[in-house]
Ligand binder design. Structure first.
Ligand SMILES: Nc1nc2c(ncn2[C@@H]2O[C@H](COP(=O)(O)OP(=O)(O)OP(=O)(O)O)[C@@H](O)[C@H]2O)c(=O)[nH]1
Ligand SMILES: [Mg+2]
Length: 716
């Protein structure tokens, strides 16, 4: 381990499924000499798609971490799944890197996922790089895709190299300006009908294996060079004077610092071209990672906060090897054989084998027995991890996703600014096939949730139904298969009930005097409360306005407990209640007979009484749905949506005769949409959806739901 923090590069490969991230990483590993031959997706043998499920589906399902050395640089690459179903897994690993390479297919161009990823990159202050891959493909349209990028993300998307010789190679336009100029002369000579000079230095080849003159497929190398240098020097007055006034040619070394600043500040989005298949552009990409991507001291500092809620304040964490240790767990995996693996990024201090660390605010430290470097599924033990590095620690049960590890109580309450993960909305109700497997199923669900921030489990006690929610059909399929294959739990599934909610529409008051006298000590508690509606999506607020100790402070939590029982059980149709404020403002106690159970019961009944008077209604989830399909089927799709109480927000044309439709649709109307869309588009359509908001259900539906619940409620 001969590298320093300045010698580390951390980069995640993100982008739409099938863009070529996994193969690109494989090609880089080969180029850097970390593997001897390149695996292929079709044969199921790449370093980062090692899981049997990934091999079968030919898609990455989990982020994979690889590392390799190149020159004196240590490069950690995280290959992420591009399928939108796994977005949660992808976003959570972006906490560990300074730089993100968005891999875009030169055939398909950008889509809404690419845009969403770029938004996230900007919001978190990460440094972007765009790799336009598949330039070898017959249908590649690299110039058009570059235009699409500029239209979507701005004119600061500037190429570091250009595809050349019909996509067989790339021609560098950043590092070697001298070659660039001559190259341009070659090109100009070619276009003006002159013979190219026989002594051509323009042979800096794409893969260093062949030596052929390079002719860019569009634009010119000198124009690309000038554009990017102009953009970078804008951030350095001295260099600008040297360059613009004195006409000096600037070296990549001179441009290094303003280049890093431009990346950090979003002033530049460098673009490069490659073919993971043919190897074109791979040596150039390696050089870009090595020489242009930020090291951990150059990226924007990680957004660490101390304290919770409104009291949280930003704290400085620096990659100094001698300061206290601060490391962040950005991924956990549970392997039935190896056990739990926590994968972490060291942000400050040096992590040493045998040292003791606190997990979050725990008082008792854990001992770090092994520190591992990861290469896909393989691990290698190392004695320490320096700041900026990515490593794993094994067999520590206390570790969980997003935990912060530290070696001093000074750093208690440190956490990274939370990521707003997309809420999983597609659910399937599950139960074990074998009676008696309930506990194993519960344990397995717990493990799945611990690995993936976009898995949610809900247990509807009233319906005795356990529902697992994921981001889409593939996500759920992968989760269910994993339960059986990895954890040996066989399950039955059925469509879940829609997660309706209840709320109120006007303020009301509730009162309950709970009094029981049975032989010995009695129970006494009295509660007055009022309730009012909050804005949609506000959740629940509990306010204590009791004065003069009418209800002693120690019993207030008991009142809240009673209220919360009703909150989860519902009062109208058996669904959880939301967007309500409950204010307890008066009550009575008894010096001997007041007990927690009495106040819990009084709180519960007072709340129920208030709810009956507050005109409760049932709310249904409304989904923001985006459907992508061939343009020819868009008419059928919007026609079908109209029968599903949908509100269509618009549609957008995409390249290759495709289009997207954006609509708001109640979940109840679209829960089985997968099959319908397949039929409407001949299997060519895809859709993604996420929760938009909750709206009142139509009156008839509400009546049905209330009637369905009433017999059960009355039986209680
Ligand atoms: N022609 C061509 N095909 C490529 C290239 N790169 C990847 N492919 C093919 O494209 C398909 C998808 O490649 P992957 O590397 O799995 O794509 P990915 O971005 O990792 O996809 P997800 O893991 O689903 O996000 C595979 O069949 C690859 O062989 C390329 O440069 N040119
Ligand atoms: Mg992949």
């Amino acid at each position: 381990m001969g590298y320093t923090t300045q010698g580390i590069r951390n980069i995640a490969f993100v982008g739409s499924a099938g863009g070529g991230k996994t193969l690109l990483l494989e090609s880089l590993l080969l180029e850097a000499g970390a593997i001897r031959s390149k695996g292929s997706l079709q044969r199921g043998g790449t370093v980062s798609d090692f899981d049997p499920q990934e091999k079968r589906l030919q898609h990455s399902l989990d982020p994979a971490i690889c590392c390799f050395d190149f020159n004196s640089t240590h490069i950690n690459v995280i290959d992420t799944p591009g399928y939108p179903d796994f977005l949660g897994r992808t976003l959570s690993v972006l906490e560990a890197v300074e730089a993100v390479a968005i891999v875009v297919s030169a055939v398909n161009g950008i889509d809404t996922l690419t845009q969403r990823l770029m938004e996230f990159i900007r919001e978190r202050g990460l440094c972007p790089l765009v790799v336009i891959n598949k330039i070898d493909s017959r249908d590649a349209r690299p110039a058009a895709v570059l235009d699409e990028l500029r239209a979507a993300f701005g004119p600061e998307c500037l190429p570091l190299n250009l595809p050349a010789n019909q996509g067989e190679a790339v021609a560098d336009s950043f590092f070697t300006p001298a070659v660039a100029v001559t190259n341009n002369a070659v090109r100009d000579a070619a276009t003006s009908g002159h013979a190219a000079p026989t002594r051509s230095p323009a042979t800096a080849t794409s893969n260093g294996r062949a030596s052929v003159p390079l002719t860019p497929d569009f634009s010119s190398i000198s124009a690309a060079h000038t554009q990017i240098v102009d953009q970078v020097v804008e951030l350095d007055e001295d260099l600008m004077a040297l360059y613009l006034e004195q006409g000096a040619e600037l070296s990549p070394e001179q441009l290094h610092n303003p280049f890093e600043r431009a990346l950090r500040e979003g002033h530049l989005i460098p673009v490069c071209f490659a073919s993971a298949q043919s190897g074109a552009g791979i040596p150039e990409l390696l050089r870009i990672l090595d020489q242009l991507m930020p090291n951990p001291t150059e990226g924007n500092p990680p957004p660490f906060l101390k304290g919770a809620g409104e009291n949280a304040r930003r704290v400085e964490v620096t990659p100094d090897p001698d300061k206290h240790v601060i490391a962040h767990v950005f991924k956990t995996t549970i392997d039935p054989y190896v056990g739990k693996l926590g994968i972490l990024r060291v942000h400050q201090g040096t992590l040493r084998q045998g040292s003791q660390l606190f997990v979050g605010d725990a008082r008792k430290p854990i001992k770090i027995a092994h520190i591992l470097k990861l290469m896909g599924k393989d691990t290698a033990e190392v004695p320490r991890a320096i700041p900026g590095d990515i490593c794993a620690i094994s067999k520590i049960e206390e570790l969980h996703l997003d935990a912060v590890l530290h070696d001093s109580h000074d750093e208690d309450q440190y956490h990274l600014k939370p990521v707003a993960f997309p809420p999983p909305m597609l659910g399937v109700a599950i139960e074990p096939e074998r009676r008696g497997d309930e506990q194993r199923l519960a344990d397995t669900l717990h493990k799945l949730m611990a690995e993936d921030p976009c898995v949610r489990i809900e247990h509807h006690a009233a319906l005795n139904e356990t529902v697992i929610y994921g981001m889409g059909e593939l996500h759920l399929r992968v989760l269910l298969e994993r339960m059986t294959e990895r954890y040996g739990v066989h399950i039955k599934t059925h469509p879940p009930s829609v997660p309706y909610r209840e709320t109120i529409t006007r303020p009301a008051e509730g009162h309950c005097r709970h009094k029981k006298q049975t032989g010995g000590a009695g129970q006494f508690g009295e509660v007055y409360l009022r309730i009012e509606a909050l804005g949609r999506g506000a959740g629940f607020e509990f306010v204590d306005e009791v004065v003069g100790g009418a209800i002693p402070g120690q019993f207030i939590p008991a009142v809240e407990k009673g209220v919360r029982q009703v909150l989860s059980e519902g009062a109208l149709a058996g669904f959880p209640i939301q967007d309500v404020r409950v204010t307890v403002y008066d009550g009575k106690h008894h010096p001997v007979d007041s007990k927690e159970v009495a106040f819990t019961s009084a709180g519960r009944k007072a709340f129920l009484e208030a709810l009956q008077k507050a005109n409760p209604i049932v709310l249904e989830p409304v989904m923001r749905v985006e459907i992508t399909a061939p343009s020819s089927s868009i008419g059928d799709i919007t026609g079908d949506l109209a029968t599903r109480r949908a509100r269509i927000n618009g549609n957008t044309a995409l390249p290759n005769h495709r289009a997207t439709v954006q609509a708001l649709v109640p979940l109840a109307e679209i829960s089985e949409y997968q099959l319908r869309l397949k039929a409407l588009t001949g299997g060519e359509g895809a859709y993604a959806m996420e929760l938009s908001h909750y709206d009142p259900v139509p009156v008839r539906r509400q009546q049905q739901l209330v009637q369905a619940w009433r017999p059960r409620a009355d039986a209680d």
